[in-house]
Design a protein around this ligand. Structure first.
Ligand SMILES: C[S@@+](CC[C@H](N)C(=O)[O-])C[C@H]1O[C@@H](n2cnc3c(N)ncnc32)[C@H](O)[C@@H]1O
Length: 220
């Protein structure tokens, strides 16, 4: 049974894509993708032998060896050119950005689905600065809030405004109930910190600015 986070990622993959799941761990996502009939070819990549062996075992148990290739390698380095949808999920910003920075032949229209556990704003900035246009975004709650970004490699990218980087260009327009709940809880968290600081304190003023921008966005 897939977690809501992985189920949401699965739902964002376009049918018929050749998927490369980078940092696959147990290969839960690749198996779900092929068993549901959504895609016929997946590369399940991990750079550590424990997860790689777990992935191999699960793929075999589920009888998916003909459609899923397990690869022990760093990031994108061993992924073949036919992969047209990369998934990078369940890691921090630094690891995900390092993987995306690896030299690889990349064509226009290449898709990416990325979910970072920390640093989602930095991820949006990275994507925007490196020719990735954000095409879809989701936010879910499953013990934690997770934001999932889908992007496509483009010749030229529409620049994101600061509000887009902070809140997500699609999420901030949709303002789903989970999104509103998340940002209300963030504003409350910041407010509790501000209350413990001297109002003249520079940090308190910065936090107050952040709270105002959250409130303005939610009311906008
Ligand atoms: C926390 S797990 C996430 C598993 C799955 N993607 C998910 O979202 O549930 C992160 C996995 O990424 C792998 N990983 C970290 N850096 C990697 C890299 N540079 N290349 C390939 N795999 C990597 C780790 O070995 C680990 O199995």
């Amino acid at each position: 049974m897939l977690s809501l986070r992985l189920k949401t990622i699965e739902s964002m993959v376009d049918p018929g894509k050749v998927v490369a799941d980078i940092g696959t761990d147990h290969a839960l996502l690749p198996v779900e993708l092929v068993k549901s009939g959504k895609v016929d070819k997946v590369y399940a990549v991990d750079n550590k032998s424990g997860p790689y062996l777990r992935a191999m075992q699960y793929i075999k148990e589920q009888g998916c060896q003909d459609k899923i290739t397990a690869i022990l390698a760093d990031g994108l380095t061993a992924v073949s050119d036919d992969a047209d949808c990369w998934v990078i999920a369940g890691m921090g910003y630094d690891t995900a950005a390092l993987i995306l920075s690896q030299p690889t032949s990349i064509r226009q229209g290449q898709q990416l689905i990325v979910q970072v556990n920390h640093g989602v704003e930095r991820m949006r900035r990275y994507l925007c600065d490196h020719g990735w246009q954000i095409t879809d975004e989701r936010i879910i709650f499953e013990a934690h809030y997770y934001q999932i970004i889908k992007a496509a490699k483009m010749k030229s990218v529409i620049r994101l405004k600061n509000e887009d980087i902070s809140f997500g260009p699609i999420l901030r327009n949709e303002k789903s109930p989970i999104f509103v709940q998340y940002w209300e809880s963030e504003a409350e968290k910041l407010q509790r910190i501000v209350e413990r600081l001297d109002r003249k304190n520079k940090r308190a003023q910065e936090l107050q600015k952040q709270i105002s921008s959250i409130v303005n966005m939610l009311n906008g």
